[in-house]
Design a protein around this ligand. Structure first.
Ligand SMILES: Cc1cc2nc3c(=O)[nH]c(=O)nc-3n(C[C@H](O)[C@H](O)[C@H](O)COP(=O)(O)OP(=O)(O)OC[C@H]3O[C@@H](n4cnc5c(N)ncnc54)[C@H](O)[C@@H]3O)c2cc1C
Length: 480
């Protein structure tokens, strides 16, 4: 009787899991799960300790849920993706599984790995079936009239909305029915893997693992915070966003589940209705958009800019400036608060992600790829498509519809989004006693009397830096 293996990757859940359902339907002889531990590849992809630790804890929670469904989970070491074909063929042979089911991953290396695994399984008389899962609409199913991938968010969103409104979201799938347990032991998930340390307990506590937690967050957000999302989502001192990103990045909850719940709360509407809910749904569409870009323009996942002409920007090469930015010692309070929030929590508020990224690329004129890597190594929600999309948007090398002169002033950003300095004081203790006005004004911050607080002087003058940046982009376009 047919047996199947479900190969889990960035879909660490049992609810709304099409691959589990397919395997349960097609394999009366038994369903087992497998996850490949690939620390070598994760390091190459710049995964950091927070993400890896969250992954292992999520895996442990998944293993528990699968046991309750009668599905054992195998852990197989395949240090790099190149080791995956052999590892999976060996396991499939041992378990006599002729079908391996997974959800499609969209990144270049992951797609190459999957092709090789598919070929190796086929050569061994077995089959790999990969199903769509990561986005609500498959990234290549939304196209312009000319049959190309979108490059600008607003028309993409319009096309996406029309498609989902016409076809409906569909009900997320429940977990499959529990089966008679197989006499196979589920393997213990390790607490750490080679080359990755366990993050401090304070950070770990912020991100409890598991599907139940993801659903709790979703419910709490929709009940208590979604209504005010439109006004609060830009204020980093308030808990105004869902903090679901790590769960979405590893598929602990599906985007479809989030969308269906938000639409239900908005009386079935994706557009219109409650303004907060409409805005939140738009954020889910940003997530879809950056995956669409990744699939349509794969150069972005190879370290290349979306706007090819920006390859010529002469980024500065200043190791010391980069180090100060990484450590949150730039002397610009709002920027440092964001960078320190990242170091302490593994997460950074979206407004600060934009401000710190613009500061690195525009004020310091340092290459966005350094920032992208730093974020990836520290974020618990590190995700190639969204991180790359966010960085390239901020650096004006990406899909932003605005021309290259969108340059945030980090001082006025702080004044606007943290007017009373609550967020800055939370993360920059040196400035706890500083007057609020000084937090948003370089001259006041450096005036006599504040130097003894032990906070560094601003490393760059924004006015000068802005001109320098404009000149660098003009030059890259052949205009200077
Ligand atoms: C420079 C930069 C780097 C980023 N890196 C990442 C990353 O590695 N991983 C990541 O998940 N997000 C990234 N983002 C997007 C965004 O900052 C986070 O998704 C968001 O802050 C997560 O918080 P939340 O779950 O409370 O979001 P909410 O505001 O509650 O939004 C709900 C969900 O929508 C998605 N989302 C929201 N905003 C965006 C966006 N701008 N782009 C894509 N998806 C979005 C996320 O999945 C998020 O969990 C980055 C943004 C920038 C500007």
């Amino acid at each position: 009787m047919r047996r199947a293996l479900v190969w889990f990757r960035s879909d660490l859940r049992t609810e709304d899991h099409p691959a589990l359902h397919l395997a349960s339907r097609e394999a009366p002889g038994g369903v087992e799960g497998v996850f490949l531990l690939s620390p070598g590849q994760w390091r190459e992809h710049d995964w950091g300790d927070p993400k890896t630790d969250f992954l292992l804890r999520s895996l442990r929670s998944l293993a528990g849920s699968l046991v309750r469904l009668g599905i054992p989970l195998h852990l197989v070491r395949a240090d790099r993706f190149a080791d995956a074909p052999e590892a999976l063929v060996r396991l499939a042979r041992r378990l006599e599984a002729d079908l391996v089911v997974c959800h499609r991953e969209l990144e270049v290396n992951e797609r190459r790995r999957d092709r090789r695994v598919g070929d190796a399984l086929a050569a061994d008389g077995r089959r790999l079936v990969s199903l769509h899962d990561q986005t609500i609409v498959p990234p290549d199913e939304i196209q312009t009239r000319q049959g190309t991938f979108y490059t600008v968010f607003t028309p993409f969103r319009r096309a996406w909305m029309e498609r989902v409104e016409a076809g409906g979201i569909g009900d997320p799938l429940p977990a499959p029915e529990a089966r008679e347990p197989l006499s196979v032991e589920t393997e213990a998930v390790p607490h750490s893997v080679a080359g990755f340390a366990r993050p401090p307990a304070g950070l770990v506590k912020l991100w409890p693992a598991g599907e139940a937690e993801a659903h709790r967050r979703l419910e709490r957000f929709l009940e208590s915070h979604a209504g005010g999302y439109g006004e609060n989502r830009d204020i980093p001192s308030v808990e105004g966003t869902s903090a679901l990103s790590p769960y979405l990045a590893l598929g602990v909850v599906s985007a479809r589940t989030c969308l269906a719940a938000a639409a239900a709360t908005n009386r079935g509407r994706l557009r219109g209705g409650d303004e907060g809910l409409e805005t939140w749904i738009t954020e889910l569409v940003w997530r879809e958009f950056y995956r669409h870009v990744l699939v349509g323009y794969p150069r972005v996942s190879k370290g290349r800019p979306f706007k090819e002409e920006t390859e010529a920007v002469a980024w500065r090469d200043e190791e010391e400036d980069l180090a100060r930015w990484r450590e949150g010692r730039t002397g610009v309070p709002f920027v440092d608060a964001g960078l320190r929030q990242l170091a302490a929590t593994g997460w950074m508020h979206n407004r600060l992600r934009m401000v710190t990224a613009q500061f690195l690329t525009k004020d310091l004129l340092l290459d966005w790829r350094f920032g992208e890597r730093h974020f990836m190594r520290h974020l618990v929600d590190g995700d190639l498509a969204s991180n790359n999309g966010g960085w390239q948007w901020s650096a004006s090398t990406g899909t932003d519809a605005a021309p290259y002169f969108r340059i945030f002033n980090p001082w006025t950003q702080g004044k606007r989004f943290d007017p009373d300095g609550t967020f800055i004081r939370r993360w920059v203790p040196e400035l706890r006693e500083a007057p609020t006005k000084a937090l948003h004004d370089a001259d006041k911050l450096t005036a006599p009397g504040l130097a003894e607080l032990g906070y560094p002087r601003p490393m760059v003058d924004h006015g000068m830096a802005r001109e320098r940046c404009l000149e660098a982009f003009r030059h890259a376009r052949g205009g200077g």
